[in-house]
Design a protein around this ligand. Structure first.
Ligand SMILES: C[S@@+](CC[C@H](N)C(=O)[O-])C[C@H]1O[C@@H](n2cnc3c(N)ncnc32)[C@H](O)[C@@H]1O
Length: 188
C-alpha cells in the first residue's frame, strides 16, 4: 500500500508531507504509485535522476514483480539506498551511475519512463530522444517539473516544445508538476 511508503516523505519532526528522501511531492508519489499498479505484469521501469533514491525506492517497492533501472551521473547517497534495498529484500533494481544522455542499456521494452534528471531544456530533450525509442508502444512517459513558470525549469520548455512540434501527442491527466504521455501512435 502507498501508506507504507510515507517514510519517503519524512522530514524529521515535521509532520507535513512535502519532501524528504523523495524529491517529488507526496501527491505526485501517490499518483505514480497508482499508475504503476495498472501496468501489465513484470513491468520494466526506467528512472532518470535518483538523487537521494526516494523515487527509486518508491518504484522498487510499488510492486513485487517490477524491474527498475535508475540512472544518475552523480547520485547523492547510493550507500544509503543500497542498505535500504537490502533491508527491504529488494533485488529488482539496477543503480546505474552514468550520464543518462549516453548511457547504453539493454532495456528495449520500457513500460514506464520517468524523466527527472538534467532539468535544462537541452538535457530534458536529450533524455527524451535517447530513451523514448526504448519505450513500448502504449507505454508511459512521465516528466517531472514539467509544469510551472520558474526560470530554472527547462523541462517545462522542453515538453511544451515537444507538444507544439506534435512529437508528444497523447497526454494523460497529470498531477502537480508531472506531465504524463502515452508513447506511440494510438489515441488513448
Ligand atoms: C531532481 S533530482 C532527482 C530526484 C529523484 N527523482 C526524486 O524525486 O527523489 C535530479 C538528479 O538528476 C541527476 N542528473 C542530472 N543530470 C544528469 C545526467 N546527465 N545524467 C544522469 N543523471 C543526471 C542529478 O545528479 C540529480 O541527482
Amino acid at each position: 500500500m502507498f501508506k507504507d511508503l510515507e517514510f519517503l516523505w519524512d522530514m524529521g519532526n515535521e509532520k507535513e508531507h512535502y519532501r524528504g528522501q523523495s524529491r517529488i511531492d507526496y501527491e505526485e508519489g501517490e499518483w505514480l504509485y497508482n499508475l504503476i499498479q495498472a501496468l501489465p505484469t513484470l513491468p520494466t521501469l526506467v528512472e532518470i535522476g535518483r538523487k537521494f533514491g526516494g523515487t527509486t525506492l518508491l518504484l522498487a517497492l510499488s510492486r513485487p514483480d517490477i524491474k527498475v533501472s535508475s540512472v544518475d551521473n552523480a547520485p547523492y547517497d547510493d550507500f544509503r539506498v543500497v542498505s535500504q534495498m537490502k533491508r527491504f529484500h529488494l533485488f529488482n533494481t539496477d543503480l546505474i551511475v552514468g550520464d543518462s544522455k549516453t548511457c547504453i542499456n539493454d532495456h528495449l521494452d520500457i513500460d514506464l519512463l520517468f524523466i527527472d534528471g538534467d532539468h535544462s531544456k537541452e538535457g530534458c530533450l536529450a533524455d527524451y530522444y535517447h530513451w523514448s525509442p526504448r519505450v513500448k508502444n502504449g507505454g508511459h512517459i512521465i516528466f517531472h517539473d514539467a509544469v510551472g513558470d520558474r526560470a530554472d525549469m527547462g523541462c517545462v520548455e522542453a515538453v511544451n516544445e515537444l507538444v507544439t512540434l506534435g512529437i508528444l501527442k497523447n497526454e494523460h491527466k497529470s498531477v502537480s508538476s508531472m506531465r504524463h504521455f502515452i508513447h506511440g501512435n494510438q489515441d488513448r
